[in-house]
Design a binder for this molecule. Structure first.
Ligand code: ZN
Length: 521
């Protein structure tokens, strides 16, 4: 009896499979491909079929379904299909390699740069981007109106408390500061506002609602302290106001990201309950004289990192914020052939010329600034080096090794990495759109993070951190058809992420070479 029932169920199952043909209108079927996908549990890898209709995935499974309607076929034999990659820390309005002077001098090149920008991200498989600040709605619309572009999300303007780090760095006048859509830090009693300022317009509720109204998916704010090596003249957001912001953002279904690369910043963020750290812990100490060159995590570092891992707080290492500057100093980067696909030729020519070398001089110049403002910090960096120029490579190596150590520790404790490249940090040309994300993944791999973890960080975990997992992050029915077809297996080789053959964006099948800056018209 039992046997007959299961036979009957089997027959019914087969009949329902045959009858349930998928009807597609503008379809693509990818045949016999290795599908790599992930969700909350594990990374799956299996031979199967993917069916896309218009901009959605309508089927992903092991057997080929019966299809009716209009569809094209792609042969997937020997290839791998993965979800399109997500970079959740970009600054689209920044021009990689061009400062204000170059932008004024070559406006036509700036236009070409922005025309290529969305294609450069796609060239490296980034089909979803989250712009965390420098909110520029005109530019974002321009990108969204281009023929091929990644899906773009923003976090509105960076949340700033009065006299915060950025206002101080830019040395804005009080009048200018009051015009900001600042967040009133009611726990900081030291700042007094003139009566003309209506502080009811500057509550957490108003700020978060404002970001939400602009379509934002997160709120970012910055916490810098003396571990940066700068003398603190700015107001740090209080733990109380960050806690309130997190609470309000949660109410409106949004994560709060904190730029806080120091131990103190990590502690405050952790206690305030933030969801994402926008940079890795690279400012390890305020005791520069004794501890600057230490290479081991202290018990305090470990305690904080352990809690970050246990609470599964999203963690963007942003190696490129450090190594991008290192690349400027060491000067080999310009000869990297990958850049030809990212920067239009005329733009790249300027970057390689003498006037394009402003970034390097800017870094070298930082030495004398620090020497004047914070000699203890400066001396611990300078060590026995004969000049500032010789000092910087060692300094960047130290910061990079700190990040490597943090990455390894979090990885061993099952931390929740999410890929964020911080492109282009400080407008440096060594943070090339798209390619920078690949370099970030390479650094993660070199730090000892397993390939499966990197895969999750760049796909599902990133989507989930921004509450977008119903749309992105896996190769599953009903998700947006943003997919990559790779020539090699990303679970075996990090370079597979630079072995992209086809980018599928919103269901459109695009051969990678068509996205290269070498063929821009
Ligand atoms: Zn950034």
């Amino acid at each position: 009896m039992k046997g007959n029932t299961s036979k009957l169920i089997l027959v019914l199952l087969i009949i329902s499979c045959v009858e349930g043909a998928i009807e597609v209108d503008k379809g693509t079927v990818i045949n016999k491909i290795t599908i790599i996908s992930t969700n909350d549990s594990k990374v799956d890898s299996y031979l199967g079929y993917v069916v896309i209709d218009k901009d959605k995935i309508v089927y992903a499974n092991k057997s080929r379904p019966r299809l009716t309607g209009n569809f094209k076929e792609l042969d997937g034999v020997g290839k791998f299909v993965i979800p399109g990659l997500i970079d959740s820390h970009v600054h689209l309005a920044n021009t990689a390699g061009f400062n204000g002077r170059l932008k004024n001098k070559y406006p036509e090149l700036v236009d070409v740069y922005f025309k290529q920008l969305p294609r450069s991200y796609l060239y490296h498989g980034f089909t979803t981007l989250i712009d965390v600040n420098n909110y520029d709605p005109i530019l974002i619309n321009q990108i969204k109106n281009s023929v091929l572009h990644p899906d773009i999300y923003t976090c509105g303007n960076q949340v700033q408390v009065m006299d915060d780090f950025m206002m101080e760095m830019e040395a804005y006048s009080p009048e200018v500061r009051y015009r900001f859509r600042f967040l009133h830090d009611k726990y900081n009693k030291e700042i007094v506002f003139p009566d003309s300022i209506n502080l009811d317009e500057h509550t957490t509720e108003k700020i978060i609602s404002d970001i939400k109204a602009k379509g934002g998916v997160g709120a970012k704010l910055a916490y810098e302290d003396k571990a940066s090596g700068l003398i603190v003249s700015w107001a740090k957001p209080s733990k109380g106001i960050i806690t309130d912001l997190v609470w309000e953002a949660q109410k409106q279904n949004m994560p709060v990201l904190l730029h806080a690369p120091s131990l103190e910043g990590h502690q405050v963020g952790l206690e305030a309950g933030i969801e994402v750290f926008a940079h890795g812990l690279w400012n390890w100490t305020t005791n520069f004289k004794e501890e600057f060159n230490n290479l081991e995590l202290t018990p305090e570092h470990k305690k904080v990192l352990l809690q970050i891992a246990q609470r599964q707080i999203g963690y963007q290492l942003t190696f490129r914020a450090i190594t991008g500057e290192e690349d400027l100093i060491t000067q080999n980067f310009g000869s990297d052939k990958n850049l030809e696909h990212i920067y239009p030729e005329a733009y790249l020519d300027i970057l390689k010329s003498e006037e394009g070398d402003w970034g390097r001089n800017k870094i070298i110049g930082r030495g004398s600034f620090l020497k004047a403002t914070n000699p203890t910090f400066y001396n611990s960096m300078r060590g026995n080096h004969a000049s500032d120029e010789l000092m910087w490579p060692t300094v960047y190596n130290l910061y990079k090794s700190r990040l490597n150590t943090v990455a390894k520790f979090l990885s061993e404790h099952n931390g929740n990495f999410i890929l964020g490249s911080d492109t282009p940090a400080m407008n440096m040309f060594t943070n090339p759109p798209g390619y920078n994300g690949f370099l970030e993944m390479t650094h993660m791999f070199e730090a000892g993070i397993p390939l499966e973890t990197i895969f999750k960080a760049a796909t599902y975990n990133n989507a989930k951190a921004f509450h977008l997992e119903h749309l992105y992050g896996s190769v599953e029915k009903d998700k947006v058809a943003n997919l990559l077809i790779l020539g090699s297996n990303p679970l075996n080789n990090i370079n597979a992420y630079n072995d992209i053959e086809i980018v599928i964006i919103g269901g459109k099948v695009v051969h990678r070479e068509k996205l290269s800056a070498t063929i821009i018209d």
